[in-house]
Design a protein around this ligand. Sequence first.
Ligand code: NAD
Length: 378
Amino acid sequence: MRNEQHNGAIKSAKNVVDIDLAYICRHLEQEFGAMAGKRLLITGGAGFLGHYLVQSLLHWNRIQPERAITLTVYDSFIRGVPEWLKRCSTESTLNVVKHDIRDPLPDNMGDYQYLIHAASIASPTYYRKFPIETMDANVNGLRSLLDYCLCQKENGKPVGGFLFFSTSEIYGDPAPESIPTPETYRGNVSCTGPRACYDESKRYGETLCVNFAERYQLPIRIARPFNNYGPGLKITDGRALPDFVRDVLAGRDIVLLSDGAPTRTFCYVADAVVGYYKILTGGKNGEAYNIGVETPEISIRELADRVTSLASGLLGYKGKVVHKVSSDKDYLVDNPNRRCPVIKKARTDLGYDPSISLETGLTHSLIWYRENREAEES
Ligand SMILES: NC(=O)c1ccc[n+]([C@@H]2O[C@H](COP(=O)([O-])OP(=O)(O)OC[C@H]3O[C@@H](n4cnc5c(N)ncnc54)[C@H](O)[C@@H]3O)[C@@H](O)[C@H]2O)c1
């Protein structure tokens, strides 16, 4: 993979974030330009993807004040208010509202030209703890927002773009001949297993989106993220990389709770966020786009080995990778063996072109986590 980032002399988490925000804005000049003077609502904006979805837009507003975009974040803060969002609260173009998307939308919410629905619990550890809440956010919360878009159209104030965050999990555990997986693959998913609350509510969410787009001619688009990682992903999240980094920063061996054989491609969050804004502003109505990277497809064990070796150079880490068995009997149930996207559609339709290598992304992540080794959980 090409590597547009420069790693030289990155010393702090702030350096990492500044480099990433500049990268995102450079690749979204046209898209952010098209949104200038408009209002954007992001639900779930306090989460991992919100970290760069929100901050890249605020960065744009600082460097292009005459083409600023006004931003509102709705979040229930089910897992606390992150420090970065508290720090942004003085920005004049940002309005943060505590709102649970399962509840009816506020009467006086105003006119938004762009909406992103990212509010949903995304970590398997947490959605299995809160399955009903997860389904309600993806189905009922989505429905309220789609009704809002329809109402705006009927009132002569049509929205310019709506983005629903679906997931690569809607493909379930694809048959070998369907990997790498294109958008046309229909999925191999359990509707009753421990992950079904997430996978199936995202699938139904997509069905809602497609039908609203078709029946009412609304600009509703869908993103299917494939394993995003990087700054903003809480160390307590329970996903693989933060778990490994937590072990590294505690100076203990990295513990794998599986044999580490399942494979994934990992997409650095700055590249992914560029893809999401491209779908929001330029995606085809009623269509879904894979957002991820095609290579390298590596095992979870190899990811742990790469983290070990990078951390040894960057942080003087001396640990190794060890295997243990999870006490949670459902930990690996329905966990896909391979996950790897075809991203030709996003490349062709939207000019999505991820360029940050795994090594750069992991280096940025380690530097960021070094200063973000704790996260509030409510
Ligand atoms: N990060 C990934 O790799 C990935 C992969 C596939 C899909 N997604 C999807 O992208 C979206 C964002 O993911 P993320 O990684 O940022 O997740 P996250 O869990 O880090 O953040 C989600 C945010 O939504 C908020 N939220 C949850 N339920 C809510 C509700 N009912 N009302 C209002 N706010 C609520 C949470 O407080 C949190 O701030 C989610 O819809 C997720 O399913 C992410």
